[in-house]
Design a protein around this ligand. Structure first.
Ligand code: SF4
Length: 280
């Protein structure tokens, strides 16, 4: 076992993002999850993702109370939240890009989602942003938030995760291959179903990859997650793994191993101000 100082705090609870951080750069994982340091900035991509997720949750919450939010109302909600949550910690990583580029992307993603999915969606909501929790082996626990759990018109349980990433993934990706099926396994436990569809919806493309997950497959996914968490828990060395993601790492101003190319240096310089730029 690693020394107590090398164990995640406060308890051995692993979220998917925690595990992903360990896989991408162990040093970043150490800074954030063991040393408890705060990242100096937040990328605008992360901000955009959060705000779009909030609006999607708002859309389904409205629909579930019998309302039919229009596209105009949805885009107004985006504008309101974008302005209200803006902070000086947000950094535009790609030098020369404007915050309005990201805001426009958010409008485009929600507009596509509205036309391709939302107005045709006959599924019922089981839960929005539901916390899922599972006890795994060796005192390790998993926790995470499922974007939307629902049932199709045929009653099939599903879990869908919304992605604002600039490319579509596949089941071979660390995220898509592990996160959605893991959430599906927890949803099956919680709601008592024998199968669950695990979906990744790519908002920039308007596409969804669905994968059926059985309880047996869910057990296999949990075993894999547990093994990866155990590796992180037992680690005593946390080597830097510099690469393109350094540009989006909030420790890149102080990390001695950081490699940030000039055109992605927006996080290296303190952002200019605390008020949201004009939207139009
Ligand atoms: S700047 Fe790069 S090498 Fe340093 S912790 Fe962040 S991701 Fe790792």
């Amino acid at each position: 076992m690693g020394t107590p100082a090398h164990r995640p705090t406060p308890v051995n609870v692993f979220s998917f993002s925690r595990l992903k951080a360990f896989s991408q750069c162990p040093l970043r994982y150490k800074y954030r999850y063991i040393d408890g340091l705060s990242e100096a900035f937040r990328s605008i991509e992360s901000y955009l993702g959060n705000i779009v997720h909030e609006v999607l949750e708002w859309m389904y919450a409205r629909r579930d109370t019998g309302e039919s939010p229009t596209l105009d109302a949805i885009l107004d909600e985006l504008a309101r939240r974008w302005q209200a949550s803006w902070s000086e910690e947000i950094a535009v990583i790609r030098v020369g890009n404007d915050p309005q580029d990201s805001y426009r992307s958010g409008r485009e993603m929600l507009t596509t989602f509205y036309h391709r999915v939302f107005i045709h969606d006959r599924s019922t909501t089981v839960a929005l942003e539901q916390r899922l929790h599972a006890r795994l082996a060796d005192g390790i626990a998993f926790t995470g938030f499922a974007d939307r759990i629902g049932r199709t018109a045929n009653g099939q349980l599903f879990v869908v995760d919304y992605k604002t990433s600039s490319r579509e993934g596949d089941a071979g990706d660390f995220s898509e291959g592990l996160q959605a099926p893991l959430y599906a396994a927890s949803a099956m436990d919680r709601h008592g179903d024998a199968t669950c569809l695990a979906g990744y919806h790519y908002l920039r493309f308007g596409t969804t990859n669905w994968r059926p997950v059985t309880r047996q497959q869910g057990a296999g996914i949990r075993a894999r997650f547990t093994e990866l968490a155990r590796q992180a828990l037992l680690a005593t060395e946390f080597p830097a793994r510099p690469g393109v993601l350094c540009a989006w790492c909030g420790f890149n101003r102080t990390c001695p191993a950081a490699q940030v190319p000039g055109h992605l240096g927006g996080g290296l310089n303190p952002p200019p101000g605390g008020t949201a730029p004009a939207l139009w």
